[in-house]
Design a protein around this ligand. Structure first.
Ligand code: 5GP
Ligand code: MG
Length: 173
């Protein structure tokens, strides 16, 4: 796969521009109210760090680590929570931030888990949305780009253990 050609879908500048727009949209939605941003590791670490710097509301950031069982390229539908948040989210506005929504299994499990902690609201923000692959009825509230069914790499997203640090979003041809 490393010998294959990269096809860039979103350049560094496209991503930065879109995230500034998303920051405005999110800031307007929450109208200066405090938000607890919950970033799903590891894929969303770069997106989260860029996004929170474009949000005007006071933001508390926490992290959760999830893992789907089996091959990462084909979601098995089983989602494991490896590390929970530390923040008390009871009666607070929660914004879950993830890199990509594919089948939706991960986010629906995370919502189910966080709902038990009785937050005031839960919204979903993703950088990428692959609606054609959805297996559960779930739409992101804020999304960067809608993409076709292609395997994405870069900007936090891995192939094997690598490429998360690549500053643009690409696919292998
Ligand atoms: P789900 O299928 O549960 O919506 O997505 C679960 C996770 O699979 C995502 O958070 C992401 O980590 C991974 N994933 C889904 N699609 C892709 C993709 O195109 N590329 C990479 N690298 N990971 C993906
Ligand atoms: Mg992920």
């Amino acid at each position: 796969m490393q010998n294959k050609k990269e096809r860039v879908l979103f350049a560094r500048e496209d991503i930065a521009y879109r995230i500034r727009e998303m920051g405005i949209e999110i800031s307007e939605y929450y109208k200066g109210n405090e938000i607890v941003v919950i970033s799903l590791l590891r894929g969303s670490f770069i997106f989260t760090s860029d996004l929170v710097r474009e949000i005007k509301s006071p933001v508390e950031v926490d992290f959760m680590t999830t893992a789907s069982y089996g091959d990462e390229e084909v979601s098995s539908g089983m989602v494991n929570i490896l590390q929970d948040i530390r923040t008390d989210i009871k009666n607070r506005d929660v914004l879950i931030v993830d890199d990509i929504i594919d089948t939706g299994n991960t986010l629906s499990k995370v919502i189910e888990h966080l709902s038990k902690k009785q937050p005031k609201s839960i919204k979903i923000c993703v950088m990428l949305d692959k609606p054609s692959r959805r297996k559960v009825d779930l739409q992101p509230d804020f999304s960067g780009f809608v993409i076709p069914d292609v395997f994405i790499v870069g900007y936090g997203l891995n192939y094997g253990n690598y490429y998360r640090n690549i500053p643009y979003i690409f696919t292998f041809e």
